[in-house]
Write a new protein. Structure first.
Length: 302
């Protein structure tokens, strides 16, 4: 007598129930065990967040304090990462620069993501002429590379942290809206949305209760990608002199001050800010990949 093969649908359902019954500690340990790179990404992001939030207490020196007797000093016990051409401590400026990177990265990701979520879901749900107009406008905005569009916006609004946030947010909105719309189009055709319409539910209730929750997973993954893109774009704008301005500490400004003139005589001026940008973006990206694996049931193997 042969045993019947287990139903894969039932097996997946039992796995989902078992996963929901796990304690928070068991979920964290499961994430660490199955997503080693994702755990590294979380640690990197956590270190950058702690540095940015606690910069006033962690940094050994004020970020704008000048020591003209120690200009372009090599790394030492007094200045662990050396000093720049104005005698400012590199470690302190990198720590305070983490705050600037977090403010710009998280603000632009949240604003651009929420704007794209609203446009994408509304465009997919209502369709017709609204969808046609919205998508053509988004096509025009997406025709420009992110950095070029951000530079154009900065040229109109001016420099500074707030204007940099606006400049990076605007080109991020259509990128989020296109992905959200593609997922929302599939959700719009499922039977429970038709049933909600038949029951007389309003458009807002259907959108908020049935469509938005079903696009949250790709939306959250996009937010992590947007944080890394925003940090890189802010650094590029600051390096070009179009972003954050002195005396605000920012990694892009630190690169601008020492990337060329002191490349051979004091390379630490550009090397350490570059490493900070690279590690932060790397941590955010691998955390986003791990988050995708956890939230996408097709990639989940536990």
């Amino acid at each position: 007598m042969t045993m019947a093969a287990p139903d894969p649908v039932l097996t997946s359902a039992f796995d989902e129930v078992a996963a929901l019954r796990r304690s928070p500690l068991e979920r964290v340990l499961g994430f660490v065990r199955h997503e080693a790179l994702g755990t590294i990404g979380v640690l990197i992001v956590a270190i950058v967040a702690i540095a940015g939030i606690g910069a006033d207490w962690i940094a050994p020196y004020p970020p704008t304090a000048n020591d003209f007797a120690a200009m372009t000093e090599a790394p030492s016990w007094a200045h662990l990462l050396g000093t720049d051409q104005f005698g400012r401590d590199q470690l302190s400026r990198i720590i305070f620069g983490a705050r600037t990177a977090l403010i710009v990265g998280l603000s632009t990701a949240a604003l651009g993501g929420c704007g794209g979520l609203v446009l994408g879901v509304a465009s997919a749900y209502f369709g017709g002429r609204l969808d046609l107009i919205v998508q053509r406008v988004l096509d025009v905005v997406m025709a420009f590379p992110l950095i070029i569009m951000a530079m154009a916006v900065v040229a109109v609004f001016g420099t500074g942290v707030q204007n940099v946030i606006i400049a990076i947010t605007i080109p991020l909105i259509p990128r989020c809206a296109r992905v959200v719309r593609s997922n929302a189009l599939a959700i719009r055709e499922v039977p429970y949305v038709d049933a909600a319409r038949a029951c007389g539910f309003g458009h807002l209730r259907i959108i908020l209760r049935h469509m938005v929750p079903n696009v949250v997973a790709p939306f959250l993954i996009m937010l992590t990608a947007f944080v890394g893109q925003a940090i890189l774009t802010e650094a590029g704008l600051s390096y070009l002199g179009l972003g954050v301005q002195e005396p605000v500490p920012a990694w892009g400004l630190m690169l601008q001050g020492g990337a060329e003139e002191y490349a051979t005589t004091a390379p630490w001026i550009a090397v350490f800010p570059g490493l900070a940008i690279m590690l932060t973006v790397f941590g955010v990206n691998i955390f986003g990949d791990a988050l995708r694996d956890v939230l996408d049931p097709r990639l989940r193997d536990r």
